[in-house]
Design a protein. Structure first.
Length: 353
């Protein structure tokens, strides 16, 4: 292959994840070190995921990236941190089929082209940074033949976006906050794999596709600076909840899982309200969904569905099985009839990964 003509590329697909014990608040903003552990469920990649192709060629004169077909700037510190960490771990690459050889030292001067797509409407206002940054780090690591395990890669993805570290694994994942100042031990571990507890069905109700008013990064900073409730939550509440959630997941105990998930979502939003000035991520429709699910769970005697809301009004609901998911959709369609004032924009129904 002529020296200037070759292109070497890798494509990867990474799903997003939904926290059931929330991450909210950093103790170090640059390294992205959280104030508490968190636990998430990775979604199945058919519904909400990012697909990224990374390419390297001696004919590229600078690093460039396109998100959903539109070129974006790569000057941000977080992207540069991820790239620096991956580059420093690059190895020799030998692609015999195409006659391409890249020596370890060449990675210093070679440039990259990156194309990333979300398989869901970006306008839906659903978290995409988790899948996006995880996919970027994973595909770059493959391209540069980085020989670190997933957990080490998760610590790199963490520096791109906190929640991204949890998307390096399927199934149920814990982000351990860690103790080190350099962040080396702040990484994700898998609690249970994709096949564990595959009765669960996840339904996302898109309440609003508007962009959120307060970004997670800004919101967290303001909460850390002003909320006393956050200090109590991080020190006294979350450590106990993490242990209970790990037990619930291990035993497939839906009652405990649902109680913890709903309580933790509500406390995260209470902490936002305890911030000065207060942050409102949920709206009236979100509150109505909570009431509907709470009432139904109570009338059944045991929880059928857990709900959780991130930094926006969209509801993520986790049903205990297909039957509960069907009944949930029937209820939602009854309370929010299509093409009415109370219409929800969209439903996304999928399995756990
Ligand atoms: C979570 N969220 O655990 C929590 C719950 C939103 C609410 O992680 O600043 O995009 O990039 O680390 O990861 C959203 O925050 O923030 C988030 P950065 P990120 O999923």
């Amino acid at each position: 292959v002529e020296a200037e003509k070759w292109v070497h590329m890798v494509t990867a697909q990474t799903p997003t994840n939904i926290a059931v014990i929330k991450y909210w608040g950093k103790r170090d903003e640059t390294l992205i070190l959280p104030v508490n552990d968190s636990i998430s469920v990775t979604l199945d990649p058919d519904h909400l995921c990012t697909i990224t192709t990374v390419a390297v060629s001696p004919s590229f004169d600078r690093d460039r990236m396109w998100l959903n077909g539109k070129e974006i700037s790569l000057s941000g510190g977080r992207f540069q941190s991820c790239l620096r960490e991956i580059r420093s771990r690059a190895s020799d690459v030998e692609d015999e089929e195409n006659g391409i050889k890249i020596a370890k030292k060449d990675w210093e001067k070679l440039h990259l082209h990156i194309a990333s797509y979300n398989n869901f409407p970006t306008a839906a206002g659903l978290a995409s940074s988790a899948a996006g940054l995880a996919c970027l780090v994973f595909s770059l690591a493959k391209l540069m033949n980085v020989k670190e395990d997933q957990s080490k890669l998760s610590a790199i993805a963490r520096q791109g976006s906190g929640s991204a570290c949890r998307s390096l694994y399927g199934g149920f994942v814990k982000w351990i906050m860690g103790k080190d100042e350099d962040g080396r031990d702040s990484l994700a571990v898998q609690l249970a794999d994709e096949k564990h507890w595959d009765d669960l069905v996840i339904i996302i109700a898109v309440v609003s596709s508007r962009q959120k008013e307060t970004s997670s990064t800004t919101g967290m900073r303001e909460t850390v600076e002003t909320s006393l409730l956050l200090k109590h939550r991080a020190k006294e509440i979350v450590p106990k909840r993490i242990l209970k959630m790990e037990e619930a997941i291990k035993n497939r105990d839906f009652t405990s899982f649902a109680q913890l998930t709903c309580a933790d979502s509500n406390q995260f939003h209470a902490v936002c309200l305890d911030t000065s000035p207060p942050i409102f991520y949920m709206n009236d429709t979100s509150h109505r969904i909570i009431s509907i699910v709470e009432k139904w769970n109570r009338s059944e005697g045991t929880p059928q569905v857990a709900y959780t809301f991130d930094a926006g009004p969209n509801a993520v609901m986790i049903a205990r099985d297909r039957k509960a998911a069907t009944l949930l959709l029937q209820r939602l369609l009854f309370y929010f009839p299509p093409n009415s004032d109370t219409d929800l924009n969209n439903y996304i129904v999928g399995d756990k990964s």
